[in-house]
Unconditional design. Sequence first.
Length: 291
Amino acid sequence: MAKELARELINAGVHFGHGVSRWDPKMAPFIFAKRGNIHIIDVRKTLKGLLVAKKLLADIVASGKDVVFVGTKRQAQKAVEAAATKCGMHYVSNRWLGGMLTNFRTVRSRLQRLDQLEALQEDGALDSESKKQASRLKREMRKIKGNLQGVRGMSRLPGAVIVVDAKKEYLALREARKLAIATIGLLDTDSDPDTVDVAIPANDDSIRAVDLILNELADAVAIGKTMVSARQEVVQRPKRTRPRRASMARAKEKEQEPTTAVAEQPQPQSPEPVPTEQEKTAGKGPEMPVS
């Protein structure tokens, strides 16, 4: 499986880096060689980073947390949306708004505003407004939907953030680090690997390579979801009932306790009869005459 994936990644051009003059020296451990004026990425390091990222995502999702895919560059927008939709997670493909994580309450308030505007449009209330007011409200609705449509179902902070091109998505990585959120990044030779927790060295300008890697990460998220359902089934076990024989034996013991107590009590003795005067004289015998 790893060999097939490596072959597909090489065919997609995942090993082509940027020009030598644009490289970041911290990416030296991930560079295999130099061909002309272009750095060649070590595909073995790409596979290693991908395996580590998949294990991390499976554990995070299994713990009940969500994942956000971030890729606002043109080469990554469709791949990010497809991968997030495949695994049922959230994405940001148009623009990363400052404070999307650190100021999450404001983001939720804007999403509530979007719900209100859509409700007005469905009810036909926008048509009753003036042309200028209706145009302004529709423009506001399109703007909010374009920026926040991918995180519309995110009701809490995510457990991991996946970015394509860490150099471009530095705002998302900075906010995630401030909130101690795990980060996974597809890094080209011009990026800084210290900005992410798990680095996947790859050609982030190749649409096919980005699509392959994000699909692998989406599969790991799906595996994490199955682990969540399995844990819930284990937790929801039937309550342990008391055995019928033991309960019947205890009931019989309770019934016998008062009877045995009565039997053990000493019986009161009847008082002895007091002898009468006649009985006393009869027991003494005949009286002797006194001379």
